[in-house]
Design a protein around this ligand. Structure first.
Ligand SMILES: C[S@@+](CC[C@H](N)C(=O)[O-])C[C@H]1O[C@@H](n2cnc3c(N)ncnc32)[C@H](O)[C@@H]1O
Length: 237
């Protein structure tokens, strides 16, 4: 069982988040499959199909983790599409690199999402999947993503949403009690108590749309999956 060295501070999450992903990297994929009963893969596939990707696109995968999105993009696009995948956790990037194997159109780089090492207007599409929730400042992050994305390009966010309907209270119970238990039991990791905390404090789909509006994005489309447990926004820069 891992010891927790740093306390979670919602106003300055990144040291805690860094330590957490370094600690759970080896079991990250297993736990994702377990917690979502494999559904995260299906949703990621569908979410990627909704993105208007052109041939020869330059795509940035921010907070790539173990590389699921980067790999799915590589599988479904031509060799001319080039994917740059960044994360601040070296251990998550190691696993992503191993999974990427023979794909030579993905470049993995260690970088902080809030201070990306790229020139303005570098990418046609910037994607962040289950990452925005973990960043210290959503507005600052979106401005940074906007900076590196070409005008008329797209930013795509996929993350835990606020579900609606009769399932909503059961989902909350599942995240609050079952997920930390699964993390402790199967992941041998105490960090899974962070998931419900981060999901609860993350803005709803409606609030995110207001945040995007405040940052003068041209157009935003929201897609809900599983009654809004997961949501995707495709944002025109
Ligand atoms: C929940 S994982 C998501 C991984 C992957 N995108 C997916 O959809 O499965 C979040 C990732 O964000 C990374 N991360 C969190 N804060 C970051 C930051 N400030 N800069 C770069 N990466 C960060 C973590 O290291 C972790 O790998």
């Amino acid at each position: 069982m891992n010891k927790i060295f740093l306390k979670y501070n919602p106003k300055h999450k990144s040291p805690f988040v860094y330590q957490m992903f370094e600690s759970l990297s080896a079991k990250y994929d297993l736990m994702n499959n377990l917690i979502t009963l494999g559904l995260h893969k299906y949703i990621k596939k569908h979410a990627i199909k909704k993105i208007p990707i052109q041939e020869n696109s330059k795509i940035l995968d921010i907070c790539t983790g173990t590389g699921d999105i980067a790999l799915e993009l590589a599988k479904n696009s031509s060799q001319e599409t080039f994917i740059t995948a960044v994360d601040f956790s070296p251990k998550m990037l190691d696993i992503a690199g191993q999974k990427a194997g023979t794909y030579n159109n993905i470049n993995f780089i260690q970088a902080n999402a809030l201070n990306l090492p790229f020139a303005d207007d570098s990418f046609d599409i910037s994607i962040i999947s289950f990452g925005l929730r973990n960043l210290d400042d959503i507005n600052q992050a979106l401005q940074e993503f906007k900076r590196v994305t070409k005008k008329d390009g797209y930013i795509v966010n996929i993350d835990i949403g606020k579900p609606s309907g009769i399932l909503a209270p059961f989902i909350r119970l599942y995240f609050t009690y079952i997920v930390p238990f699964l993390g402790k039991f199967f992941g041998k990791n105490n960090f899974y108590y962070y998931l419900p905390l981060s999901a609860t404090s993350f803005p709803s789909q409606e609030k995110l749309l207001l945040i995007y509006k405040g940052l003068d994005f041209k157009e935003v489309k929201n897609y809900n999956y599983l009654s809004g447990i997961i949501a995707q926004q495709i944002i025109r820069v």
